[in-house]
Design a protein around this ligand. Structure first.
Ligand code: ATP
Ligand code: MG
Length: 500
């Protein structure tokens, strides 16, 4: 029998009243890519913090190669064993790639940092692992996929051969995901072992050999992916049959063709898109699809006040829209789920309830006074409707799991009962079952007449749109009414079906 590369047993981890892990177990064999899946709040990221030595479990043991894990204080020993690459960068954005690779261990020449050697050693390191990134580039300017590769190269340079990827694909488009997987397979061939976390179950089948399922803080099963088909995997995660889950899905409904136009944009132009005309009717859901470079996110951000186009106009319900101001967008009745919940989405130090109701204080309070009870009651309703896994409205959002934080962002956007809802990758990091409840909330908003603009890389989000516009290099190249086939939409996203 092979000694496991990593073995965690009987792991218990509590945070005050929350038991994040009650029976965490994981056995990863050397050389495999091992998936860790489970619903939002199941305990996946908590297990990762324990496997990477960021915190000690309350109970249980971790072993690497049969040896007990280092003590928490021995950071160097941990770095030689394991590293985690998150959605959110752990590199310093203001530094160059080379500086990030050798931070705190810069090559010295007579006691001074040798910039020339720093650069050449970084170039050699990137070259060894076949990472095509300029060592002198500012890390903040890198694309997400390149930044992830730099982080992986850094981990490997410390000697670690076990890499945890916690939802690495949530911010990537299809091609970028394929490139990441190609890199993973290449590294796996050279002896690197991966623990891979994702809510996109098809990716688990594509890139992993083994899968472990956690549910409600407990280990449920570990099996070769070939022996756990999708339905069985979902059942293990959700604890109920997929038939039962499917019944909870909402019926699709299309917009009334005579509904009045709510949003009308003309000739919108910026660095990333050009001459875009767009209309969205009351109660209509319009999807925007395209690769990362298509300009779809930038266009949607313009409507939410996050960016100002350089040309063109837009009207909401007849009134001209002021660009470049989030407060103006909010005042005009535009709710937004932004691309990055860390940077643009939430105030991490504030409670779940305060974050969720932030946009509606004016409406909840009479004469400027906000009834605390009223606000808590309102927040409790949102928590319930969006199925947010939390101790209650008073818990700080920083305590929530990734997917549950995303649901708070959605709760806040919906709370203001917006006229226009701009959703940017709204289900990123949200588990299969929660996706349904989240999209069901969008459906009830549209029934109340809200116009919705959805930017997404996920076909499941786009499938529920009345129509999907595809952007390619900043121009609308195709429009697909509801009922499109996957391959048709993918072809226009990839730019293989346009005839000039
Ligand atoms: N620092 C913390 N303080 C309090 N509770 C926490 C803390 N970190 C995590 N939790 C709780 O532990 C539970 C497990 O969270 P964890 O982040 O491990 O979930 P996850 O499986 O990674 O979910 P997701 O898929 O949404 O990322 C959640 O209920 C979460 O609210
Ligand atoms: Mg997580």
């Amino acid at each position: 029998m092979t000694t496991p590369l990593v073995e965690a047993r009987d792991i218990v981890k509590r945070y005050g009243p929350t038991t994040a892990l009650a029976d965490g177990r994981l056995t990863v064999l050397p050389g495999e890519s091992h998936a860790l899946v489970g619903r939002n709040g199941a305990g996946k990221s908590t297990l990762v913090t324990i496997l990477t030595g960021l915190q000690a479990p309350d109970e249980g043991t971790v072993r690497f190669d049969g040896e007990p894990a280092p003590t928490l204080a021995d950071r160097d020993a941990w770095r030689r064993k394991v590293a985690c690459v998150y959605q959110h960068p752990t590199v310093v954005p203001e530094l160059t790639v080379a500086e990030n690779l050798f931070i705190n261990r810069q090559p010295l020449s007579r006691g001074l940092i040798s910039w020339r050697r720093l650069k050449s050693e970084a170039a050699a390191l990137l070259d060894t692992w076949d990472v095509h990134v300029d060592p002198e580039a500012r890390t903040a300017d890198l694309k997400v996929e390149d930044r992830q590769m730099v982080e992986i190269a850094r981990a490997l340079s410390f000697g670690a051969r076990f890499i945890v990827l916690d939802e690495p694909t949530a911010q990537l488009d299809n091609r970028e995901i394929e490139r990441l997987f190609a890199r993973m397979r290449g590294l796996q061939d050279s002896g690197v072992t991966f623990l891979f976390i994702s809510h996109h179950l098809q990716e688990v089948y594509e890139v992993c050999q083994t899968v472990t399922v956690l549910r409600d803080a407990r280990w449920i099963t570990t099996a070769p992916v070939a022996e756990l088909p999708r339905a069985a995997l979902i059942e293990a995660m959700a604890g109920e049959s997929i038939e039962a889950i499917a019944e909870q899905a909402v019926q699709e409904r299309l917009v009334d063709d005579n509904a009045p136009v709510l949003l009308q944009a003309q000739g919108l132009t910026s660095e990333t898109y050009e001459n875009i005309d767009l209309t969205v009717r009351r109660g209509e859901v319009v999807g925007l699809a395209g690769s990362s470079a298509s300009g779809k996110v930038e266009l949607a951000e313009a409507f939410a006040g996050l960016r100002a186009p350089t040309g063109g106009t837009a009207r909401l319900d007849g009134a001209p829209l002021r660009f470049g101001s989030v407060p103006a967008a909010l005042a005009a009745g535009i709710g937004c789920v932004p691309r990055d919940r860390h940077d643009q989405g939430l105030v991490r130090s504030m409670s779940v309830g305060d974050n969720a109701t932030m946009s509606v204080l004016g409406r909840l309070g009479r004469f400027g006074l906000i009834g605390t009870d009223r606000r808590r009651g309102f927040a409790a309703g949102l928590i319930d409707r969006l199925d947010i896994h939390t101790e209650g409205p008073d818990q700080p959002v920083s305590d929530l799991s990734g997917g549950n934080a995303q649901k708070v962002v959605m709760a806040r956007a919906l709370a203001s009962e917006p006229r226009l809802l701009v959703l940017i990758n709204p289900t990123a990091g949200v588990d299969v079952k929660s996706k349904e409840s989240l999209l069901a909330r969008v459906d009830s908003a549209r029934e109340d007449g809200t116009a919705v603009l959805v930017v997404s890389d996920e076909l499941d989000d786009l499938r529920r749109c009345d129509r999907v516009l595809v952007l390619f290099h900043g121009r609308v190249v195709a429009e697909h009414p509801a009922g499109w086939r996957d391959h048709e939409l993918i072809a226009s996203i990839e730019g293989v079906d346009h005839h000039g």
